[in-house]
Each structure stands twice: as C-alpha cells, then as structure tokens.
Design a protein around this ligand. Structure first.
Ligand SMILES: [Zn+2]
Length: 67
C-alpha cells in the first residue's frame, strides 16, 4: 500500500506519512474510500487537513455551566 510522505505531522502522534484507506467493493475491486489513515496512530481522517490540523479547542465561554 502506498504511503504518502508530507511536510505535515499528525496532530495526534506526530507521524509524517499517511495511507489512503482502501476497501473492497462489491465487485471485488479495491477502491479508495477518500479517507486517510495515519501510519502512526492508525486513526482514520476524512481529509488531510483533519489529519494534521489540531482539533479546534472548545469555545471559551466566560459563563460556562460545564466547568
Ligand atoms: Zn497519527
């Protein structure tokens, strides 16, 4: 399976490469699902950006009721 090297790093584990997620279709063909799997933590991401971009921090609320 092809591994793609990038200048980015996984926001979770720091790995610098990912793989396309491949699944077998009903006709037996192996097709990319359009998702990406980190080669380090093996998490699957919908986009490259989601892979390298840290999760947005929860909105800060001055009157949080959940604190
Ligand atoms: Zn990772």
């Amino acid at each position: 399976m092809a591994t793609f090297k990038t200048i980015y790093k996984c926001s979770r584990c720091g790995a610098t490469s990912y793989q396309r997620v491949i699944e077998r279709a009903q006709n037996g063909a192996l097709l990319p699902t359009g998702q990406y799997r980190c080669t380090g933590c093996r998490n699957v991401f919908a986009t490259i950006r989601a892979w390298w971009q840290p999760r947005p921090a929860p909105a800060l609320q001055t009157n949080s009721r959940f604190g």
